[in-house]
Write a protein of this length. Structure first.
Ligand SMILES: NC(=O)c1ccc[n+]([C@@H]2O[C@H](COP(=O)([O-])OP(=O)(O)OC[C@H]3O[C@@H](n4cnc5c(N)ncnc54)[C@H](OP(=O)(O)O)[C@@H]3O)[C@@H](O)[C@H]2O)c1
Length: 333
């Protein structure tokens, strides 16, 4: 039952989700300080994640900056290819195609799709529209979506997802695909204790539940802000992430303190509390991983759940929190 005193309260999901793996950092120098010397650690992280039963891997054709363009897909494709075939069974590799302004018309993603599939060595299960063009080129989106639906119909990819769509557009896309007898499998949006809007009563989580669309929570750790204990904030990351941390950390101390209390009660790291708050709301968190110990922490989080009181405490703290993650500028209504 929804709790009117708690605007984030949602009916309990029928099944508790697992944890997915995000690969934005694999190839991104600007925000994540990627260096090819990290590839061995990324391979080890991937293998550990698979060993521990994580099955969903999210990438994008725009992940990888400058000369590392497409690197995330290439690395992921290489890692999956190196697995013995039996261990590839049950993995879901999902990529996102970017609706750049030059990708127009129903066949606008054709080349991008083939390039992604090549980088991923054919290991591609789901294709997703990376963001909505509703705010700046509303005419572009429909044709591109029809093109993605063509790929599913032609059997070239197994399923179709979208990202950064709001509730109104999500319904429209669902209806558009349903008219062709096709299913929209997933929506991914920013969702964390510092970005809880998707869980509002009129938010996308409600629409996903109603229409049977899987909800994927991206940046569930708020780029790592939510995995660090409260306090002075020594050793902040370099570059733009450090600037964000410096701006937000002073405003989110009460939330971090509540998270720390819950983490202690479960003898778990802070990251597990942030991950499990998404799971408690029926979303599959896509956790950005790049080290073995992070894969282990993400997998360990999936072995326990928040109780109702802990979830409600966190809901309240998220609502009151004075720091919020910047919204994605391409998120539609
Ligand atoms: N659709 C979209 O528009 C969109 C946008 C953003 C992200 N995404 C997807 O969502 C995924 C996840 O989001 P994200 O990468 O933005 O950030 P995130 O998952 O919120 O944070 C990832 C960072 O948190 C830290 N971390 C991870 N596990 C940890 C642990 N156990 N303990 C302590 N720190 C830990 C790591 O930072 P350090 O390595 O620095 O410690 C890691 O790089 C992306 O990789 C991508 O696949 C999609």
């Amino acid at each position: 039952m929804a709790d009117p005193a708690n605007p984030l309260s949602v009916p309990a999901p029928s099944g508790v989700t697992g944890v997915g793996v995000g690969t934005w950092a694999w190839g991104n120098q600007f925000l994540w300080g990627y260096d090819p010397a990290q590839d061995e650690a990324l391979a080890a992280c991937f293998l550990r994640a698979v060993d521990l039963g994580l099955t969903v891997f999210d990438t994008a054709d725009s992940y990888g900056t400058g000369r590392f363009g497409g690197r995330s897909e290439s690395l992921l494709g290489g890692f999956v290819e190196a697995l013995p075939p039996a261990r590839r069974q049950g993995l879901t590799v999902a990529t996102k195609l970017a609706p750049f302004p030059w990708r127009l018309g129903r066949r606008g993603f054709e080349r991008a799709f083939e390039e992604s599939r090549r980088r991923l060595r054919g290991h591609l299960d789901r294709v997703q529209l990376h963001w909505s063009t509703a705010r700046y080129a509303p005419w572009q989106e429909g044709a591109l979506l029809e093109g993605l639906a063509d790929l599913v119909e032609q059997g070239r990819v197994g399923s179709l997802g979208v990202s950064n769509l709001g509730p109104r557009r999500l319904r429209l896309v669902h209806e558009r695909l349903a008219r062709r007898g096709l299913r929209l499998s997933s929506l991914q949006v920013q969702l964390s204790l510092l970005a809880p809007d998707a869980l509002a009563a009129d938010g996308v989580a409600t629409v996903c539940r109603e229409l049977g669309i899987e909800l994927l929570a991206y940046s569930p750790l708020a780029l790592g802000l939510l995995s660090r204990p409260p306090g002075e904030g020594q050793g902040l990351p370099p570059g733009p992430r450090g600037l964000l941390f410096r701006r937000l950390r002073p405003r989110i101390q009460p939330l971090l303190q509540t998270m720390e209390r819950i983490a202690r009660a479960h003898d778990a790291p802070m990251a597990a509390v942030a991950i499990n708050w998404c799971r408690a709301h029926g979303a599959l968190p896509l956790v950005g991983l790049r080290r073995v110990e992070q894969a282990e922490a993400a997998a360990a989080a999936a072995t326990w759940c928040l109780d109702d009181e802990e979830r409600r405490d966190l809901d309240r703290m998220a609502q009151r929190c004075e720091g919020r993650m910047p919204a994605n500028p391409f998120q539609s209504g």
